[in-house]
Ligand binder design. Structure first.
Ligand SMILES: CC1CCN(C(=N)N)CC1
Ligand SMILES: CC1CCN(C(=N)N)CC1
Length: 326
């Protein structure tokens, strides 16, 4: 079995949305390798909360089953969150289908999700150990379908031009160039966690002795790195400064930015061309960088700003992460 869906960028690449059919109802969901809950806007929300979203209506699905007494409650790093009830239904992602997938029906969502009209919920693709359902945690879509897939993998080929895809069960060699380089994943954190002990700026490489590990996270927009790396990068951008009013490094949009790369394991340097560094304008001539600080937390987060330049393989059985240029 295999499945393939388009990944459409929203909000200038802040997130990517893909069509998922649940009990015959199609919703646009954010595939998030940094969390492990599949949750959706539901008709239990108020019409004000639902707004322009598609909301899953369990009463209209002949295959929905409630998991009585089960609940979920999620809060994300950016302060957004959702909570509600739990059931199961048939979930189809581009043809890859799980008949009894646990789904989480939001009865409350934070304002960030209400105002983000593009996203009707999330598909968590981290490890099931970090699933938040209570009283017992539940399996992700990928965990449930892995044994049925032609290969126990899913791949992300994100692209701002709207041609991006998520694919389950196969590694499509037409989607990348050069060699696919694999590295070990430390799944004990529940995330697709790898080591990253060097970086390069403008083609010059720096080894690091105390780098924090990194997670490969399709649900995070930016590239959030250890402060010393971020300082080193923006030291090479003359007009760059940390602007606390916007909460990050900004610079003149006219700057000719140096290329940047971070190690993914020991045998792949994932680069971003200088032209791919800017995340968004904050004024007519000031731009907000896609490289920002992880504020000294114990993880670096390799988000869409990096991932959209590469082909990424998440290998569930061998717990390996593969990357290639595309
Ligand atoms: C470690 C954090 C990374 C960002 N998150 C996420 N993509 N859901 C939350 C967890
Ligand atoms: C990882 C998640 C963080 C919260 N999200 C959001 N505010 N749109 C979605 C992704």
């Amino acid at each position: 079995e295999t499945g393939e869906v388009i990944a459409t960028p929203a909000d200038n690449g802040a997130e990517y949305l893909s069509p998922v059919t649940i009990g015959g109802q199609q919703l646009n969901l954010n595939f998030d390798t940094g969390s492990a809950d599949l949750w959706v806007f539901s008709t239990a929300l108020t019409s004000d909360e639902i707004g322009e979203h598609s909301a899953y209506d369990p009463s209209k699905s002949s295959t929905y089953q409630e998991l009585r007494g089960y609940t979920f409650s999620l809060s994300y790093g950016d302060g957004s969150g959702a909570a509600g009830t739990v059931g199961c239904d048939t979930v189809d992602i581009g043809g890859a289908t799980v008949t009894r997938q646990v789904i989480e029906l939001a009865t409350s969502v934070s304002s960030a999700f209400v105002s983000d009209a593009d996203s009707d919920g999330l598909v968590g693709l981290a490890f099931s150990t970090v699933n938040s359902v209570s009283p017992d945690s539940q399996k992700t879509f990928f965990d449930n379908i892995m044994s049925e897939l032609a290969q126990p993998v899913f791949t992300a080929a994100l692209d701002l031009d709207g041609s991006g895809t998520y694919e389950f069960g196969t590694i499509d060699s037409s989607k990348f160039t050069g060699d696919l380089m694999f590295t070990n994943v430390n799944a004990s954190s529940g995330f697709w966690q790898i080591d990253s002990n060097s970086y390069s700026i403008g083609g010059r490489t720096y080894q690091r002795s105390s780098a924090t590990p990194a997670i490969v996270d399709t649900g995070t927009s930016l590239l959030l790195l250890d402060p010393e790396v971020v300082r080193a990068y923006y030291a090479q951008v003359p007009s760059a400064k940390y602007d606390s009013t916007v909460g990050g490094y900004t610079y003149d949009c006219s700057e000719d930015l140096p290329e940047f790369a971070v190690a993914v394991g020991d045998n792949y340097m994932a680069n971003i061309p200088g032209s791919g560094i800017t995340f968004a304008p904050v004024s007519s001539k000031t731009c907000f960088g896609g490289i920002q600080s992880n504020s000294g937390s114990d993880l670096q987060i390799f988000g869409d700003v990096l991932l959209k330049h590469h082909f990424v393989v998440f290998h569930g059985e061998s717990e390996l992460l593969g990357m290639a240029a595309k």
